[in-house]
Write a protein that binds this ligand. Structure first.
Ligand SMILES: [Zn+2]
Ligand SMILES: [Zn+2]
Length: 277
C-alpha cells in the first residue's frame, strides 16, 4: 500500500515530526510513502493573504534536503518519495514551472483551494458560501481544474471535488463536466487520488465521490491514494474504506511516480487490508 499525500509542520498548519509520520507508515506495512507538503506560493500574488498556509520559500530547499535524507535513512524499510502539493493559478504557470524544475520532485499534486481571493475550503471563510450560488462555485472550480490538467505541470489531481468539503452540494450532477475532465486526465496521463480527508469534514465522504470514481474508471483514468495527513496518526487513515471502493469499482492497480515517471502497484483481493484502519 502507499500514501502519497502527507504534510509536515514546515507548512505551518500540520503537527508532528517527519519521522513520526514515517513510523506510522512502517507500522502499517506500507511499501511506498510520499511527502507532499504545500509548495510556497509567494510567486502568486492572489495567494498572498494565505501565505501562512504554505512553507516560506527559503524553507523549500530544506524540505527537499530533509526528505532526501530520510529517504536514504529509511531505504531498507520504506520507499520514501519526494512530492509536493501545489496551488494552481492559471496566471502563474511559468513561475510554478520554474520553481518545480529547481528540485528533483518525484511527483507534483495540483490542487485548487482558492477561487479569486476566496479560500473556499477554509473554515475561516465558510461564511462566503452564503453569498454564492453553489452550482456557480462548482462550475468555476471545475473550469480551473481543467486548466490545471492541461497545464502539464502536475502528475496527480488533489481532492478532485473539494467544494463539497462543508457539504455544499450542487444541484446539477456535473456528469458531462466530469466526463470531459476524465478524458483530459486520460490524455495527459494524470492520476486522481482517492483522498480520504473528506471523511474528516461535514461532507463525510472521500474525494472524489463514488460516482466520479466510476466515471474515471470508465475512462481508464488511473488512481492513487492519499490521506492528506496533517498529523502523524492520520497516515493511511480510513484506507480500508478507500481500498474497498476501488476494489468494488474493479480498479486493478494504482499508480505512483518516481522522478515524474508513472509506475503501478497491483490492486487485488490480496492487497493487505488487515493492517489498515
Ligand atoms: Zn494543508
Ligand atoms: Zn489540498
Amino acid at each position: 500500500m502507499l500514501d502519497l499525500h502527507i504534510h509536515t509542520k514546515l507548512c505551518g498548519h500540520a503537527v508532528g515530526e517527519m519521522e513520526e509520520y514515517i513510523e506510522v507508515a512502517i507500522n502499517k506495512e506500507f511499501e511506498i510513502f510520499g511527502f507532499s507538503d504545500h509548495l510556497p506560493h509567494e510567486h502568486i500574488p492572489a495567494l498572498k493573504p494565505f501565505i501562512h498556509l504554505s512553507m516560506p520559500e527559503n524553507i523549500l530547499s530544506h524540505y527537499v534536503k530533509t526528505v532526501l535524507e530520510l529517504k536514504e535513512k529509511y531505504s531498507s524499510k520504506l520507499d520514501i518519495l519526494l512530492g509536493i502539493e501545489v496551488d494552481y493559478d492559471e496566471n502563474y504557470e511559468n513561475e510554478t514551472r520554474k520553481i518545480l524544475s529547481r528540485h528533483p520532485f518525484d511527483y507534483a499534486i495540483g490542487s485548487i483551494h482558492v477561487l479569486g481571493d476566496w479560500l473556499f475550503d477554509s473554515p475561516r471563510q465558510i461564511e462566503e458560501w452564503n453569498n454564492r450560488v453553489i452550482d456557480e462555485v462548482y462550475s468555476e472550480y471545475y473550469r480551473n481544474i481543467k486548466k490545471l490538467i492541461l497545464s502539464g505541470l502536475f502528475n496527480i489531481v488533489g481532492h478532485l471535488d473539494l467544494p463539497k468539503k462543508f457539504n455544499h452540494r450542487p444541484r446539477q450532477d456535473f456528469e458531462e463536466t466530469m466526463l470531459d475532465l476524465a478524458k483530459n486526465l486520460k490524455n495527459e496521463g494524470m492520476v486522481v487520488e482517492i483522498n480520504i480527508s473528506g471523511l474528516r469534514y461535514a461532507a463525510k465522504e472521500m474525494y472524489p465521490s463514488k460516482n466520479i470514481l466510476s466515471i474515471l474508471k470508465t475512462e481508464r483514468v488511473d488512481i492513487t491514494f492519499g490521506s492528506d495527513a496533517h498529523e502523524p496518526k492520520q497516515v493511511g487513515e480510513n484506507f480500508s474504506q478507500a481500498l474497498r471502493i476501488a476494489q468494488k469499482l474493479n480498479f486493478s492497480d494504482f499508480a505512483y511516480f518516481k522522478n515524474r515517471k508513472k509506475l503501478y502497484l497491483p490492486l487485488n483481493e490480496t492487497t493487505e487490508l488487515s493492517v489498515l484502519s
